[in-house]
Ligand binder design. Sequence first.
Ligand code: SER
Length: 315
Amino acid sequence: MIVGSTGQIGSELTMELRKRYGNESVVAGYITGAEPKGELKESGPAALVDVTDPNTIEAAVKQHSIDTIYNMAALLSVVAENNPQLAWKIGIDGLWNILEVARQCGCAVFTPSSIGSFGADTPHIHTPQDTLQHPRTIYGVSKVTTELLSDYYFHRYGVDTRSVRFPGIISNVTLPGGGTTDYAVEIYYAAVRGERFVCPIKEGTYMDMMYMPDALDAAIRLMEADPARLIHRNAFNVTAMSFAPEQIYASIKKHLPDFEMVYDIDPLKEEIAESWPDCMDDTCARQEWDWNPKYDLETMTADMLEKLKARLVEG
Ligand code: SER
């Protein structure tokens, strides 16, 4: 079951899991106001699952005999900064509710962490798996807590919790909502629409990124991994590429030579971005469950532009 199945990652994760395990085996959890539509709705079962209401979680898990919960409900970093209490309520109280149901019903739980779980005093280059985590955003604070609480439930109750620290995720399907890394998605939409892109992040600000097919593979591969090999659990560094705005711009310009980008720095986004790693070391994920991303900046750009062009211009 995917909690938050209509969100940025949840929407594509639901479809990928259905492809792999069969449509009927994967339940799309949604909240009122964010119901599944189109292919997501037509292709398989759905259930109302509000992480802030434990009864809805338990009812869905029991009704559909759920063995694994992908808990994708969260606010992204910038939105969370504007509503810290809601970010905590969804991210932590919600996780607590999920873990309690998982403990009682014997479910495994995946709850993504993020590059946002690191802070200014974390080593920014080749950020180690085990290192300082002192974020100053509520998003980061809730992600560190997510990691600790998930490990707590594993050690204390034996709940099979696993997680990755996702970098910025880039996709051509569902738009992210209010993250610091959103610029790396929006830039492709501007390019394909023939618009000038106004970049909110400063030249030279590096962040880890990943194309959606690799992000889906990371989540599923980790949940399928042999538990005997896992030295870590919550949460693994995973990355596929690291770039600064001028590099993603240059990679798009190779395909669209007239594309223009200017800078208009958003101080909140820039401050957050500068506190995050430039590039993480994901050796542990590679060693413990064979993490092996397929896309780099150039192959992602080619695919993004092709898919978006087909949808936005030709479709
Ligand atoms: N994409 C997220 C954000 O920008 C980072 O995990 O908030």
